[in-house]
Write a protein that binds this ligand. Structure first.
Ligand code: SIN
Length: 521
């Protein structure tokens, strides 16, 4: 039997779920940029939102998702997520995955902007880690997992994606070809100074897709999480919204409740509102605390967060955790349909790098682990039902000599500072334009294979930053996670308008030519 071949680029939960679905019927190769432990999924604390409680239904979950997303979401996509999410989680339980329960009854947690308790969790705050391990362990050698393979390029022939070029740990190029190519490369949290993301999450998939002409969408919407544990300027990691779901309250330095009078849901208001409120204090150099003193057995309910607090040498008896907002989730991404197809034939996207509109302008908490179950399952069906078409032979240059551009790129610290200051939680036109000019002073549109291997990640970060900034400049309104001081209100003109980007739309991207130097490979 001639197996169809599939390449999945990325090492998070979506990649594992898809690989699991296709492992016995397809020849699957998973390419990860670093090692297996370097991904965002294992950091996900809160849980997985699904309408499984007897008092809940997918329609209510859908309503909360649409409301939290400021009615900007694709309703069909949200229906798929919330409705199929119920069966996806039930299937997971049938496969043997165990969520936290008491006397056989599932325990449902609470998070921001959910009007019902519907967050399933495992080991308190270890849901992402346990889910990832569950799927990873099921693969058991049935797919090829290759670590330390950084994506450089998509190989597109006759308008079809037929393969990828990767950079190995030795900075060698390696090509992989397949019938189906799936991007699951995650978001871009490392563009900001404070983030909940793993440092390897550098916007690679986004930048590489853009260079290949793939259509992108909604990149101005970057979600900030209000509660990162930050002490003496050091970021210790995320404090889940589930902690506020158990009663924790945000306090200012005087002990006043921060969210009182701001929103009816107070500390469990939509994430963008809480993040902006904390940010206002942060800007005024005022410390904000999360009061957890009312939560009994905190160490049992939230073992991961408890460890972070121990590392930060927090006095848990005082129960006041110093917090600050940090970049958390890229809402926009590679534009896909409801099964993960992109604008290029045989190229698909799933997980955080994909955007099918489910999150609207502000993602509802714990919907992304659900997304990582539902949409890879859908894509697996599409790939399984597809017929084997004639393979296209790649036209690969076999030259031994590679010409690299010798370029100066900014340090990561400088880039993060610029993004945090000018394209962060609150944006103004002067800042966005300053940042755009600064980014365009670098050769951000250089093909990656012409850039020295050690500089490629930074080049991807710069291009991702440019995509975010140019999208933020284009959307002249405030909505959810995109907030502009010069346009502080929603505008009906933007109700149904998405900012789309692809190199074909951006016909004349500014670029700085750079000096050429060559070296032999
Ligand atoms: C959290 O645990 O607060 C994060 C959950 C999410 O971002 O979905």
């Amino acid at each position: 039997m001639d197996y169809q071949t599939v390449i999945i680029i990325g090492g998070g939960l979506s990649a594992m779920v898809l690989a699991d679905q296709l492992a016995t019927t397809h020849q699957v190769t998973v390419l990860m940029k670093a090692d297996i432990s370097e991904n965002n999924s294992i950091l996900a604390q809160g849980g997985i939102a699904a309408a499984l409680s007897p008092t809940d239904c997918w329609q209510d979950h859908m309503a909360d998702t649409l409301q939290a997303g400021y009615y900007f979401a694709n309703e069909d996509a949200v229906k798929v997520l919330t409705k199929e999410g119920v069966s996806a989680v039930c299937d997971l339980i049938k496969k043997g995955f165990q969520f936290d329960s008491t006397n056989g009854a599932l325990i449902f947690g609470q998070e921001g902007a959910h009007h019902k308790r519907r967050i399933l969790h495992v080991g308190g705050d270890q849901t992402g880690h346990r889910l990832f391990s569950f799927f990873y362990n099921r693969l058991e050698g049935s797919v090829q997992l290759k670590q330390e393979h950084k994506l450089i390029d998509l190989v597109i022939e006759q308008s079809r994606c037929i393969g990828v070029r990767c950079q190995t740990a030795n900075d060698e190029d390696e090509y992989f070809f397949a019938d189906h190519i799936v991007l699951a490369t995650g978001g871009c949290g490392s563009l900001y100074q404070l983030t909940s993301n793993n440092p390897t999450i550098t916007g690679d998939g986004l930048a590489i897709a853009y260079r290949a002409g793939v259509e992108l969408m909604d990149l101005e919407f970057i979600q900030f999480h209000p509660t990162m544990l930050v002490k003496d300027g050091r970021n210790y990691g995320l404090i889940s919204e589930a902690v506020r779901g158990e009663g924790a309250r945000l306090l200012d330095e005087e002990g006043t409740l921060l969210m009182e009078g701001i929103h009816p849901l107070k500390d469990l208001a939509p994430r963008d509102i809480v993040a902006r409120t904390v940010y206002d204090h942060y800007l005024a150099n005022k410390q904000v605390y999360l009061d957890i003193s009312m939560i009994e057995r905190f160490d049992v309910k939230f073992p991961t967060i408890n460890k972070l607090c121990q590392k930060a040498k927090i006095d848990m008896q005082e129960g006041a955790l110093p917090i600050a907002p940090g970049a958390h989730f890229m809402i926009g991404g590679i534009k896909t349909d409801l099964v993960g197809r992109t604008s290029i034939d045989r190229l698909y996207a799933i997980g955080e790098v994909a955007c099918n509109g489910i999150h609207g302008a502000n993602r509802l908490a714990s919907n992304s682990l659900l997304e990582a179950l539902v949409f890879p399952n859908r894509l697996a069906s599409v790939i399984s039902e597809s017929t084997l078409t004639k393979r296209i032979d790649p036209v690969i240059s076999t030259t031994n000599s590679v010409t690299y551009q010798s370029i100066d790129l900014p340090s990561l610290n400088t880039l993060q500072k610029q993004m945090t200051t000018y394209a962060g939680i609150v944006r103004d036109p002067f800042g966005l334009l300053t940042l755009k000019d600064w980014l365009e002073s670098y050769p951000i549109h250089c093909p990656l294979d012409q850039i020295q291997p050690k500089q490629r990640e930074r080049a991807n970060q710069l291009l991702s930053a440019w995509l975010i900034v140019t999208s933020a400049l284009r959307r002249t309104e405030s909505r959810g996670a995109h907030w502009r001081v010069d346009y502080p209100n929603h505008s009906k003109d933007w109700d149904f308008v998405h900012t789309l980007r692809s190199k074909y739309r951006d016909k004349h991207p500014h670029n700085k030519t750079c000096a050429m130097t060559s070296r032999n490979k």
